[in-house]
Ligand binder design. Structure first.
Ligand SMILES: Cc1cc2nc3c(=O)[nH]c(=O)nc-3n(C[C@H](O)[C@H](O)[C@H](O)COP(=O)(O)O)c2cc1C
Length: 327
């Protein structure tokens, strides 16, 4: 059966989010962690160590992700992460942020086949003594044209990539528009390793429609759809739809988690407001109340505004957001 993955989303699917999600919702087979940028200094940040710790990840399958263009840095990071007990490490070849791509990292590497080949050569040579460690790749289709994926598929096929997760967009697409299914289809047919799909799965119907066309897909990764509707994986598996009370309990668990973890209310509200840019679409008739939540500058105003929205707002768990949220 096709597995369901929670996408890595920097600033959104943090340890606090994942722990709350695991406690309240079923259906996710693997949680991918937001990327860790590994540098020459060969150190992890405190926050990255915490995000990978057993206390955060107990009871769920978690997969750390590394962002780098340097094989030695990947190999160092992968060994450290494997020593923590992880058996899969994901390589980020999808990040479209200019601060990343101008350094030829993330999706920026997809346009330089020599550098990409050097990275993959170094990774698989450097980790050859750890054959049980699954190295998976999350890739976009290319820089500008989805057909670039043909050459990329040919390249990936030369390596023991354990699974290829394809975000079916190009770098230039960013997060806009519909996934490029023609190019995905070709990769799905031509890849030697198990292929997983990512892009615009917002409802059970989206998932079922996708699987009927691509039944051999190893996994479907849910990004914005899961942030907006944390019950999405459960719904896909035939479970109940999200309720207002569940969303509130999820909200409260995350809010509490950030209050405990972060110093000062400002960063906590920053994180919560990012979530509200998705949850707001569940209250389509209450734009003003949602705006009040997103404008709140202190703890009291935030809690009051969120309380009013949860108590008085008209919660609509319809399948597709009125407009797809873009970042
Ligand atoms: C705010 C934000 C942060 C993201 N952070 C990461 C990340 O750390 N690593 C990664 O591979 N993808 C990251 N992504 C991309 C998502 O994992 C996913 O590929 C993308 O949202 C497309 O899936 P969707 O259409 O289901 O949302 C991020 C996307 C967004 C919007």
């Amino acid at each position: 059966m096709t597995q369901i993955y929670a996408a890595p989303m920097e600033g959104l699917t943090t340890g606090v989010f994942r722990k709350a999600h695991r406690a309240l919702f079923s259906g996710i087979d693997r949680y991918y962690l937001p990327f860790i940028a590994v540098h020459e200094s060969h150190t992890f940040k405190q926050k990255e160590i915490r995000d990978m710790s057993p206390s955060v990840n107990a009871g769920m399958v978690s997969v750390p992700q590394i962002l780098t263009k340097n094989p030695a840095d990947f190999v160092w990071g992968a060994r450290e992460i494997a020593a923590l007990g992880y058996d899969e490490i994901n390589l980020n070849l999808g990040c479209p942020s200019p601060t990343v791509t101008t350094k030829k990292k993330g999706a920026g590497l997809l346009g330089d086949s020599e550098a990409l080949q050097g990275l993959l050569d170094g990774i698989f040579e450097g980790l050859a003594d750890l054959p049980d460690l699954r190295i998976t790749v999350k890739t976009r289709l290319g820089i500008a044209e989805p057909q670039e994926m043909e050459a990329l598929t040919e390249l990936y096929n030369r390596y023991p990539v354990a699974e290829l997760i394809i975000h079916a967009r190009t770098l230039q697409d960013l997060y806009r528009g519909e996934p490029r299914m023609e190019a995905f289809r070709k990769a799905y047919e031509d890849c030697r390793m198990p292929v997983s799909f990512n892009g615009n799965i917002f409802s059970r119907e989206d998932f079922d429609g996708f699987i009927s066309r691509y039944p051999e897909t190893a996994g479907v990764m849910l990004g914005r759809g899961l942030i907006r509707n944390p019950a999405l994986a459960r719904e896909i598996r035939g479970g109940e739809k999200l309720t207002r009370e569940e969303l509130r309990a999820f909200h409260d668990a995350i809010y509490q988690g950030y209050l405990e973890e972060m110093s000062g209310i400002t960063p906590v509200l920053g994180r919560m407001k990012e979530l509200w840019s998705y949850w707001g679409t569940l209250f389509p008739e209450n734009e003003r109340l949602v705006r009040n939540v997103r404008k709140a500058k202190n703890r009291k105003d935030y809690e009051t505004a969120a309380g009013i929205l949860f108590n008085m707002g008209s919660f609509r768990n319809e399948d597709r957001p009125r407009e797809i949220i873009m970042h």
